[in-house]
Design a protein around this ligand. Structure first.
Ligand code: NAD
Ligand code: DAU
Length: 339
């Protein structure tokens, strides 16, 4: 079994590669990644010498390069993590989001059609459902919730989902889609809420909370997400969408306070800044389908997951310090100076 994992030098893709190599030692994993600002080869250092692993630096939009790789590897399964993934960046510059997230997905699916595939799995997001009001805790996203996007990022992910379902219906491509809530855990790029707050707190820098910090996200430990995708690949039904989430809703401000407490930092570091444009209020996944059909449930409780994550960032300072000492500085100034 050869699995092509795109975007495997990023946060979730890398964790998925670790999961698959340990759970399926007889599988060959080929990682294709463009190594954008978010891709980090050092994340994959521990598997680089594994004979069942190959890394290829490639853009999913590079049709000739992708076809060449399919000719060489003839993957049985493609899992597409490759994407521009940060909402704030999509508000600054939408174009690359449309290129990678939509057209890149098309190139991969065209390769699957040309060379044959047992499964094309698209890693999508709960953001395709838009947001829920803060005062309706009874409402959740199901797979039937209409697509209703807010940011250029979520619009690009929703477009890709529609294209994936169109390739299934029109060409019979054997696809599955998973829509997951916010992930946290090791190797997350420090532009995202949790690692950004950990890094800033450790450096005694202000903790920039958008708006009043009342927005709610449904947090899932990354390993639980990887396990869910593994199950969908092996037992999921073709043409189906599966929501993945942990019934673990938290307000941003409460997350930041937990991080302050765990690191022994004073809450006076918290700084309320101008809100994100079009900021989604609440995400909340109903994971009943993946639970009843595939028996999946999240295993890591937030209380232990966040402590494991904080410990990882404390033990692996060189990983994130190398990131925040580079071009990240310009990004940070641009995004936060005027907030
Ligand atoms: P990430 O930004 O950490 O990693 C993205 C990876 O894709 C990087 O390694 C990058 O180099 C690579 N990449 C980007 N453009 C590429 C291109 N054109 N060709 C090849 N590689 C390219 O993202 P992440 O947080 O790991 O998210 C992975 C996937 O999961 C994305 O599709 C995202 O939409 C989805 N998702 C993320 C979350 C979350 O909470 N992080 C939740 C639900 C879904
Ligand atoms: O829900 C799944 C999505 O989760 C994924 O599809 C995206 O790829 C992923 O980036 C994430 O999107 P969010 O926008 O929810 O994540 P982010 O970490 O950027 O922000 C989480 C919340 O924290 C959000 O309400 C905005 C807020 N925030 C974020 C940052 C970076 C702050 O208050 N301050 C910050 O500095």
């Amino acid at each position: 079994m050869t699995i092509l994992v795109t975007g495997g030098a990023g946060f979730i893709g890398a964790n998925f590669i670790f999961h698959m190599l340990s759970q399926h030692p007889d599988y060959r994993i080929v990682c294709l990644d463009k190594l954008t600002y978010a891709g980090n080869l050092s994340t994959l250092a521990s598997v680089m010498d594994n004979p069942n692993f190959r890394f290829v630096k490639l853009d999913i939009c590079d049709r000739a390069g992708v076809y060449h790789l399919f000719e060489e590897e003839h993957p049985d399964i493609v899992v597409n993590f490759a994407a521009e993934s940060h909402v704030d960046r999509s508000i600054e510059n939408p174009e690359v989001f449309l290129q990678t997230n939509i057209l890149g997905t098309q190139v991969l699916m065209d390769a699957c059609r040309k060379f044959g595939i047992r499964r094309f799995h698209q890693v999508s997001t709960d953001e395709v459902y838009g947001d829920l009001p803060l005062d309706r805790p009874d409402l959740f996203f199901t797979e039937q919730t209409p697509i209703h996007t807010s940011s250029p990022y979520s619009a690009s992910k929703a477009s890709a989902d529609l294209l994936v379902l169109a390739y299934h219906r029109t060409f019979g491509l054997p696809v599955t889609i998973s829509r997951c809530s916010n992930n946290y855990g090791p190797y997350q790029f420090p532009e995202k809420l949790i690692p950004l707050m950990i890094a800033n707190a450790l450096n005694d820098k202000p903790l920039p909370v958008y708006g009043k910090g009342e927005n709610v996200r449904d947090w899932l430990y990354v390993e639980d997400h990887c396990r869910a995708i593994d199950l969908i690949l092996h037992k999921g039904r073709e043409g189906e969408v599966y929501n993945i989430g942990g019934h673990n809703e938290m307000r941003n401000i409460d997350i930041v306070k937990i991080i302050c407490k765990a690191l022994g930092k004073h809450e006076s570091l918290i700084t309320f800044v101008t809100d994100r444009k079009g900021h989604d209020r609440r995400y909340a996944i109903d994971p009943a389908k993946i639970h009843s059909e595939l028996g999946w449930l999240p295993e890591t409780k937030f209380e232990s997951g966040i402590q494991k994550t904080i410990a990882w960032y404390l033990d692996n300072r060189q990983w994130w310090e190398a990131i925040i000492s580079g071009e990240y500085q310009d990004y940070y100034r641009k995004m936060y100076a005027k907030r």
